[in-house]
Structure formats: C-alpha cells, structure tokens
Design a binder for this molecule. Structure first.
Ligand SMILES: CC(=O)N[C@H]1[C@@H](OP(=O)(O)OP(=O)(O)OC[C@H]2O[C@@H](n3ccc(=O)[nH]c3=O)[C@H](O)[C@@H]2O)O[C@H](CO)[C@H](O)[C@@H]1O
Ligand SMILES: [Mn+2]
Length: 318
C-alpha cells in the first residue's frame, strides 16, 4: 500500500513539475509576443499609412508623428535664431503680404525668426505688424530678365550672404519661395542639420519616372536607376554651415552648366536634387510642408501647412 501510495505521489509531483514548466514557458512566450510595454510599445506608432523613416534613418515628418509641446520645450532651452531667406523680384512683390502675414502667424510661432527678404522694389514692401520675436530685414537685389535666372541665382546670393552675414546672425537657415502661404503651424519639427521637403509632385511615382536631370552633360545629372526622394527647391534648409555647402555646390553646378550652354531640366531644383542624393538630408519634410495647389490632395496629407499660391505663369513671369 505504502509503495503504491508513494508511486502515485511521485507521479503527481512529476505532473505538477511538468505543468509548472509548461506554464512558465507559455508565460515567457506571451511576454515575447507582447514585446515591451510603455513608451517603447510599437503599437504606439500613430501612422502606418506613410513612410516614417528614410532608408538612412532620417525621420520623415508627418502630422500625427510628433508632440509639439515636447519639441518646443526642448528647443526653447537652446535659444536658437532661425533665418528665412525669400525673394520677391519684379512682379513677385505681390506675394510678400500673403507670405509674411501667414509666416508671422504659423512659422515657428513663439520662437525667434529673422526674415530676410530680397527684393528689387524695397519701396513696395507692405508694412506688416510682426510678432515681437520676429524681425524683417529688407535687402535690395538686382533683377534678371529671365525668371529662371532669378530663381537659380538665389543659390549664389544665399551662399554669399551666409559668408558675409548669416553665419554670425543665425543658427539655422531656410530658403522658401515667396509665392506660398501657410495655413497650419510649421514648428521646430523642421529643425535639423540638413532638411529637404519631399515634392508633392513626385512622392508616389517610382524612381525612374521622376523629374531628375538625366542628361549626363549637365552637372545636375543623376544616372538612370539612381535616386530616391525628389525634393522641392521651394523649401529646404538646415544649419548655416550645411546650407552654405549646399548652396555653394549647387551654384557651382549652375555656373558650370551655363559655361557649357546647358540649363538643367528644373533649374536649381535639379542641382538641389543631385546634392541631396549624395549628401543625405538628416530630416525630410513630408509634402504637408509644400503642397502644390495644382494637385488633388490625397488622404495621407492630413494637413496642408504650406501651399503654393495659384499664379498665372505668363502674367507674373513676363
Ligand atoms: C512645379 C514647377 O514647375 N516647379 C518649378 C518652378 O517652381 P515655381 O513655379 O514655384 O517657381 P517660382 O516661379 O515660384 O520661382 C521661384 C522663386 O523665385 C522668386 N522669383 C521668381 C521669378 C520672379 O520673377 N521673381 C521672383 O522673385 C520667388 O521667390 C519665387 O517664389 O520653377 C522653379 C525654378 O527654379 C523650379 O524649376 C521648380 O521645379
Ligand atoms: Mn514657387
């Protein structure tokens, strides 16, 4: 009887042990499956409909992927000054009011910004009441007969001004078209070492159908099969030293093309794209940051922060 009882008891203990091993194993597995909870929980990724990180690990900024309060608090400790370079030459003076009025409200609201407005008509700059932390500098500039030259020479003027002034005056510098308006906040989420904006024209197209300059004669040429994102020349920037390197290199390309009687397909934008292909931006802005009004806005563009002002090309450019 005793032996029989002890065998049953041993059997029971073995069963208990197996049960315990099984339970702890499945508990461990369950932990693995759930991963880490708290701030590293992958289910906290707010957007699954768009690319959030480039293949070289640069963040791509979309609505819903950042917390503006956290970013503002971090940024405020640094007391940076951001410069914005923009041009209003010839008939483009008509865009100054819409640009400055909306930028005063939506561009780096509450932070120090110096707007540098280059114009051939300083007397036509409307007076705008700017927020106390914003300043406007009007810089006279000559005009060129061709609009392409006005647009391309921005690279040269920016590069020269960084060398003579901006490297002492600002920490970050952004170049923006004047024929745009802002409708939503563009905050410190745009601040990084080298920043490009993904073009609203090209973000869905496969690599080979985009607008890169492909003719090998141009200094802006990108060989077939190469290229990743297509960036808009209307809005780019970064640290003063990186923007200096970028604008100097792009204008060198423009000048060499001119000497060879060549003009790249999309002017300085082609040179910008060549530069950013081989000097990867540390941060990319989604097309929310430059939406072209000619396009129908898809659902992934949840907010239109900045968009082009419709213009009659024949009328404003000639
Ligand atoms: C969709 C499209 O076609 N995009 C091209 C077009 O952009 P855009 O049509 O946006 O070029 P744009 O006419 O706005 O010119 C660029 C900027 O140059 C300044 N500006 C230009 C002309 C002028 O008479 N006065 C003046 O001040 C102004 O700041 C303007 O915002 O042209 C650019 C010229 O580089 C690029 O080739 C772009 O790829
Ligand atoms: Mn424009």
């Amino acid at each position: 009887v005793t032996t029989a009882t002890s065998v049953t008891f041993l059997n029971f203990m073995a069963f208990l042990l197996l049960l315990l091993i099984h339970l702890s194993k499945s508990l461990m597995l369950a932990n693995d499956r759930e991963g880490i909870s708290g701030p590293l929980d992958p289910s906290l990724i707010q957007r699954t409909d768009v690319l959030l990180v480039s293949p070289w690990l640069a963040p791509i900024v979309w609505e819903g992927t950042f917390n503006r309060d956290i970013l503002n608090a971090q940024y405020r400790q640094k007391n940076f000054v951001v410069g914005v370079a923009t041009f209003a030459v010839k008939k483009y003076v008509r865009f100054i009011e819409g640009f400055l009025g909306s930028a005063n409200k939506f561009f780096l609201s509450g932070h120090r910004v110096n707007f540098y407005l280059f114009t051939d008509h300083p007397e036509k700059v409307p007076s705008i009441n700017l927020a106390p932390e914003k300043r406007l500098f009007i810089i006279p500039v000559q005009n060129y007969s061709r609009w392409q030259d006005i647009s391309m020479n921005r690279m040269d003027i920016i590069s020269n001004h960084i060398h003579s002034h901006w490297r002492y005056e600002v920490d970050y510098l952004y170049s923006m078209d004047i024929d745009v308006q802002m409708f939503e906040h563009i905050g410190v989420e745009i601040i990084d070492t080298l920043v490009g904006t993904i073009s609203s024209w090209q973000y869905t197209k496969p690599r080979d159908s985009n607008s890169y300059e492909r003719h090998p004669e141009s200094r802006a040429a990108i060989p077939h099969g190469e290229g990743d994102f297509y960036y808009a020349a209307s809005f780019y920037g970064g640290s003063v030293s990186e923007v200096y390197k970028l604008t100097t290199a792009c204008f060198k390309g423009v000048t060499e093309d001119r000497a060879n009687g060549i003009e790249a397909k999309w002017h300085e934008e082609s040179h910008l794209n060549k530069y950013l292909l081989y000097h990867k931006p540390t941060r990319l802005l989604s097309p929310e940051y430059y939406w072209d009004e000619e396009l129908i806005r898809p659902r992934i563009i949840r907010v239109k922060r900045l968009s082009s002002v419709r213009k009659d090309l024949q009328e404003v450019r000639f």
